[in-house]
Design a protein around this ligand. Structure first.
Ligand code: G3H
Length: 251
């Protein structure tokens, strides 16, 4: 399982760089603009320059409306700025067809600029609270649009977590659907150490975190701490080892 960490700017990205050996992807976002809030192009560029070259930089394009042209142009901005994972939060898409329209436009805009960049279609585990497309529709949206990964995060960061909205067995179905069409499956949403056993068991490819590696577990007031990134990684590795050894998942 890969570890994606979301700093909110250059300063926190430098803290991620200090823990670079413990993480796999640095994900640029602007949490005060939403769960998948988009940051400025120059911040993506500065973060790309600040983190080791072998660590991919991801950028969120926002909690986007159903406006394929607008979103495609934003996605192009992210890839031109140096991101090689482009994440789109399908916040304003109420049907799978709308999600496919948006993601097809994004895939074209991104891949015409950099065919190796990966496009991530993200839905929301708490979709019922915001009226957007159902979480289990996201893998098919990713497959039919040519995106590389299907993801879930939570839209409302109020302390509720991924598994509060989409229980582990439904997340397992999400992962199965994504893998069935050859996509990666990424899961996030106030994930904590306690969730890593289940996330490992169900075969998640990428886990995204912020709050769990911020001081006091506070994704807003707290700052990312390199030692918390290292501790989170150690816990992931422990679960991976146990899974490989065929032991029952520890909590
Ligand atoms: O993409 C991952 C998100 O930034 C997760 O943030 P969170 O762990 O605070 O919910």
């Amino acid at each position: 399982m890969l570890l994606l960490i979301s700093p909110d700017g250059v300063e926190e990205a430098l803290d991620c760089a200090k823990a670079a050996q413990h993480l796999d992807i640095v994900d640029v976002k602007k949490p005060d603009e939403g769960s998948l809030g988009a940051n400025f192009p120059w911040v993506i560029r500065e973060i790309r320059e600040a983190v080791p070259a072998d660590k991919p930089v991801s950028a969120t394009v926002g909690d986007v409306p159903y406006k394929p042209g607008t979103v495609a142009q934003a996605a192009l901005g992210a890839v031109v700025s140096g991101a090689t994972y482009i994440k789109v939060g399908l916040y304003g898409c109420t049907t799978p067809d709308q999600g496919i329209d948006v993601m097809r436009a994004v895939v074209r805009a991104v891949k015409e600029h950099n065919p190796d960049a990966l496009v991530v279609a993200s839905g929301y585990a708490d979709a019922h609270r915001i009226g957007c497309v159902n979480p289990l529709a996201v893998p098919d949206i990713a497959a039919r649009s040519g995106a590389d990964a299907a993801m879930l995060d939570t839209a409302v960061k109020d302390g509720t977590r991924l598994f509060d909205h989409v229980p582990p067995d439904v997340c397992a179905e999400f992962v199965r659907l994504a893998h069935g069409s050859g996509r990666l499956a990424a899961l996030a949403g106030s994930v904590r150490h306690d969730d890593l056993g289940e996330l490992t068991r169900i075969g998640t490819d990428i886990v995204g975190v912020r709050g769990a590696v911020c001081e006091s577990g506070d994704r807003n007031a707290g700052r990312i701490q390199p030692h918390l990134v290292a501790a989170f990684r150690a816990e992931m590795d422990r679960h991976d080892r146990e899974r490989t050894a065929g032991l029952p998942a520890a909590r």
